[in-house]
Design a protein around this ligand. Structure first.
Ligand code: KG4
Ligand code: ZN
Length: 339
């Protein structure tokens, strides 16, 4: 089954063609992150305007690169939410138009299911259930226990900021460019992660939830004490801050595994899964299990291949629900992930 995926929930315009949820024929991503490097985050109206400019050139590139024609495409999968409304609508209107013109079934996909499905793209060995997925991005941070693509439950989530948001806000405080994850990670390379002792959110609770607001405030106070930090100080703060985020994420995964020893695989998905320190720490804490990460960095951050994969799995496991009418929404309840 060949699926055309469309993802425009934020500041990436991405269109992909994927066969059977795993073989990526093309995955075109036009990112406008650079535009927002100095603004500390995405400006929604600007992001939507750029989606409008980019969506058709990206579509034409995707069709040309994949070598398929619309008669080969069995379904179109599009992110229905959550995300920025203006950005989402560009993708959804494009998908609805293509579906109507070419008479191809349309599948609305929850953005989070896309991230959960990214682990199946181009893997050397197929993932197995039950799996525990740490899904960490700029918009959400959740722990999922899943027994199939469309069955499972969220066993933990953030009580305030998402992990990626903590990276982005931390970077803004440190004077580092958006997106904060890559810039903190780069600054941390030359820093000392034990230079500062930052609080680990919810460390006294037995919980699978996350919290980053205390950590964020601790960084704000540390920055206030050194308003014009040297490069060394900035690197030390970045390294210590990154360490505190990763330590919390690993602690929750470890705790979840004590509650669910039946878990065969641990997955990490979403933009923060690109973080190399997190990958190293996770692979140590889930022993003797291994951590499965998306095959490439492009499948960690927002991309349309993961939306096409999710569309395939939804269609395979729940064909009627997959193609039912859907609305575009900035906040779809997480219960709507599997339908
Ligand atoms: O999944 P994603 O592309 O978009 C959302 O769904 O939000 O995630 C973007 C987030 C941003 O907050 C960004 O700072 C973070 O992922 N991120 C990283 C890294 N690369 C991207 N965080 C930590 N380390 C990275 N290398
Ligand atoms: Zn995302």
């Amino acid at each position: 089954m060949i699926i055309l995926g469309i993802e425009t929930s934020c500041d990436e315009t991405s269109i992909a063609v994927v066969r059977d949820g795993k073989e990526v024929l093309c995955n075109i991503i036009a990112s406008t992150k650079d535009v927002f490097a100095d603004s500390g985050g995405v400006i929604p109206e600007d992001a939507a305007r750029r989606q409008v400019e980019l969506v058709l050139p990206v579509l034409h590139s995707a069709i040309a690169e994949s070598g398929v024609s619309f008669t080969d495409i069995d379904a179109i999968a599009v992110t229905k939410g959550p995300g920025l409304m203006g950005s989402l609508l560009v993708g959804v209107m494009t998908a609805r138009t293509l579906s109507a013109v070419h008479q191809i079934p349309l599948i609305g996909v929850h953005h989070t299911l896309g991230h959960l499905s990214s682990l199946w793209l181009e893997q050397d060995t197929a993932p197995t259930f039950p799996c525990l997925t740490l899904s960490v991005s700029g918009g959400h941070s959740d722990l999922w226990l899943r027994t199939s693509h469309t069955q499972g439950s969220r066993i933990g989530s953030t009580r305030d900021d998402a992990a990626g948001e903590a990276f982005d806000k931390g970077a803004a405080m440190l004077g580092l460019p958006y997106p904060g994850g890559p810039s903190i990670s780069k600054a941390a390379e030359s820093g000392n992660a034990t230079a500062y002792t930052f609080p680990i959110g919810l460390s006294k609770e037995k919980t699978c939830d996350f919290s980053f607001s205390g950590l964020k405030n601790a960084l704000r106070l540390a920055v206030q004490k050194s308003p014009s930090p040297t490069d060394t100080l900035q690197s030390d703060l970045a390294a210590s801050y990154q360490e505190a985020i990763c330590t919390q994420l690993c602690a929750r995964v470890e705790y979840a595994l004590t509650l669910h020893p039946e878990v065969k695989e641990v997955h990490v998905a979403g933009g923060v899964s690109a973080n190399s320190r997190l990958r190293t720490m996770l692979s140590e804490c889930v022993q003797p299990r291994t951590v499965r990460t998306p095959k490439t960095i492009a499948y960690c951050t927002d991309n349309a291949a993961m939306i096409a994969a999710a569309g395939f799995f939804l269609f395979s496991e729940k064909p009627e629900e997959a193609t039912k009418e859907f609305i575009t929404s900035t906040s779809i309840p997480l219960e709507g992930v599997f339908a």
